[in-house]
Design a protein. Structure first.
Length: 83
């Protein structure tokens, strides 16, 4: 989700970036996952990314209060526990 060397622009006050994606589709899936548990999130750069995927990353941002829960949920979704 995070890419080395991908500079982080300043997030609006009260928001923090919890993930970055090359694919707008992956970003939408992550946003939907957070939404399904009541975490409001915002995508930044989604439309620019459609034009030049290699040059831009879609950023998934949440409110500062939701940062820990969002990171845990995204980590769990990326690496589910083995049964």
């Amino acid at each position: 989700m995070l890419f080395e060397g991908d500079p982080e622009p300043y997030a609006p006050e009260g928001l923090v970036t919890v993930a970055r994606f090359e694919s707008p589709l992956e970003a939408q899936l992550a946003k939907g996952l957070l939404s399904s548990v009541g975490i409001e999130s915002f995508l930044v750069g989604e439309n620019v990314n459609n034009l030049l995927q290699a040059a831009f990353r879609v950023r998934l941002q949440v409110r500062t209060d939701d940062q820990v829960a969002a990171l845990e949920l995204l980590e769990h979704a990326e690496h589910p526990p083995e049964s």
